[in-house]
Ligand binder design. Structure first.
Ligand code: COA
Ligand code: MG
Length: 280
């Protein structure tokens, strides 16, 4: 089983050349080079050039490189898309997707398409968006959602929980990864740790980040712990015993374990191994 770790997904403004270079030395699993909201209108051209140059030149090892383009409705979107396609990033991230129809323009793109889930309509259309064969990953845009709906990000994001879980269900129903929204207060590590833990609990694949200091705690939270990996290996070993072959449910250390737990265990071990490989 091949699993790509996507625990930590760091945004950086495409206009910030220093950040693009610094990323080569950081330990995030994925980078989003942004051409959209983190870039001021008069820096759009420069950002596009710098980002495409950085992707083309490479030097980021196994980390996945994602370019977030401007909306195709904006004056920059078409040129962003053409320039991004020419340098073949791992994915193009499409902002403000509200329906499956919004993805049609990306049908012929030959890299992954990731969708920003950040409009009220996207929350209502999450299942049809996830069902589109064009999209591979959801990225939650909680800041835009808060702005457009008036719902608050405070108090453990309780107002957002129904939407976040709706998007998790939609993504998982169609085999997509789903990356949680950012935590804005980047100097406040306990708050970040809590929100990472919440993301894990919700079933998120990983979390988007805005500052290098957030990478360590995020990787930690979204990595299976040693005891989880140990337990996963026990489950796999138990199902491999001759007496358990062909069984759907067995007893292990006084608990019922089903074949579905064995499949989950295999994923846990595959993720842990991919993470170990990356660090080693
Ligand atoms: N990616 C890569 N490197 C980053 C970074 C990022 N997102 N944010 C900061 N850095 C680098 C800085 O360049 C600096 O490097 P240096 O010490 O080698 O010069 C170092 O990390 C420390 O940065 P710091 O001074 O603590 O932060 P800042 O005040 O320069 O920047 C922000 C703060 C929030 C403006 C910046 O982190 C940022 O632009 N984040 C991303 C915003 C974004 O992309 N938003 C869009 C999606 S929500
Ligand atoms: Mg946004």
């Amino acid at each position: 089983m091949q699993i790509k770790p996507r625990r930590s997904v760091l945004y950086m403004p495409g206009s910030n050349e220093r950040a693009l270079q610094k990323a080569k030395t950081l330990a995030a699993d994925c980078y989003i080079f942004d051409l959209e909201d983190a870039v001021a209108p008069d820096a759009k051209q420069l950002a596009r050039q710098q980002v495409c140059q950085a992707v083309k030149a490479g030097g980021y090892g196994e980390r996945e490189l994602i370019i977030r383009i401007n909306s195709l409705d904006s004056e920059w979107g078409r040129d962003d898309l053409a320039a991004a396609m020419a340098v073949k990033p791992d994915a193009i991230l499409v902002p403000k997707v509200s329906s499956a129809a919004d993805l049609e323009a990306f049908k012929a793109v030959d890299c992954e398409i990731w969708a920003m889930m950040e409009t009220p309509l996207a929350m209502l259309n999450a299942a049809e968006i996830a069902a589109s064969p064009i999209v591979q990953t959801f990225v939650m845009g909680t800041n835009d959602l808060a702005r457009e709906t008036g719902a608050s990000l405070e108090n453990g994001r309780r107002a957002m929980v129904p939407w976040l879980m709706n998007c998790v269900a939609a993504a998982r129903a169609f085999g997509l990864d789903i990356i949680d929204g950012v935590y804005n207060d980047f100097r406040h590590e306990p708050g970040l740790a809590d929100e990472c833990e919440q993301g894990v609990e919700f079933g998120m694949t990983g979390k988007t980040l805005i500052h290098p200091d957030q990478i360590g705690p995020c990787n930690e939270a979204f990595s299976p712990s040693e005891s989880e990996v140990e337990r996963a290996r026990e489950i796999i070993a138990a199902f491999e015993l001759p007496e358990n072959r062909g069984k759907g449910a067995i007893s292990l250390n006084g608990r019922m374990v089903e074949l579905l737990h064995c499949e989950m265990a295999e994923k846990t071990v595959a993720l842990a191994e991919a993470i170990a490989q990356r660090q080693g």
